[in-house]
Write a protein that binds this ligand. Sequence first.
Ligand SMILES: Cc1cc2nc3c(=O)[nH]c(=O)nc-3n(C[C@H](O)[C@H](O)[C@H](O)COP(=O)(O)O)c2cc1C
Length: 198
Amino acid sequence: MTDVLAFLGSPRKGGNSEELLMAMLRGVEAAGGLAELIRLCDLRIEPCLSCGGCDHTGKCVIEDDMGLLYEKIIKTDRIILASPIFFYGVTAQAKAFIDRTQALWNRKKLLKEKGEWQNQPGRNGFFISVAATHGSRVFEGAVLTMKYAFDAMDMHYAGDLLVRGIDKRGEMKRADRDLAAAEEAGKNFFLNRKSHVD
Ligand SMILES: Cc1cc2nc3c(=O)[nH]c(=O)nc-3n(C[C@H](O)[C@H](O)[C@H](O)COP(=O)(O)O)c2cc1C
């Protein structure tokens, strides 16, 4: 079984957030963990229809590749999501995935109502992002989205690694300090240690 589930939200193959995520996964593996990488753009994940289908079941009615991910999310206790900033938020691919976790939010709510909810401590989510600009608020929207997304997945927001001023493909490859910070963050995330990165 994998220790860390890693979702990549960029549609750009070999792009900057992928470089940063791969560095973090090298850290996870250096610390003895096993990671599974899932490229959201390779999957067919339809946007949420707000049909209310999951309200009373905790299950989504849409039949697509998201069906494969629900069980994986429930079973793992560590998730990393990496997405570049697109218009001050996460990418459309990442957002479609996040919106579909509404079914998990409802599942949690329904289990709580039935008194069948078992609190599982130590479930942690980590967010990685890159942005072209240096704006002080450039990650604010995405971080807020991710805090609520991890909550729906029953994960504590354990931290993030946010890199400004990275735009063209290949720029991240040359950012040695950020790649080293990502590797360190990967080790700490797997070992459940606090990572001091910003
Ligand atoms: C559609 C689109 C919207 C973007 N919006 C922003 C933005 O609002 N702020 C910003 O700093 N960079 C923005 N960018 C730049 C990307 O965040 C940047 O190129 C990033 O390095 C891409 O990462 P990737 O290679 O992992 O896809 C945008 C890029 C695209 C293609």
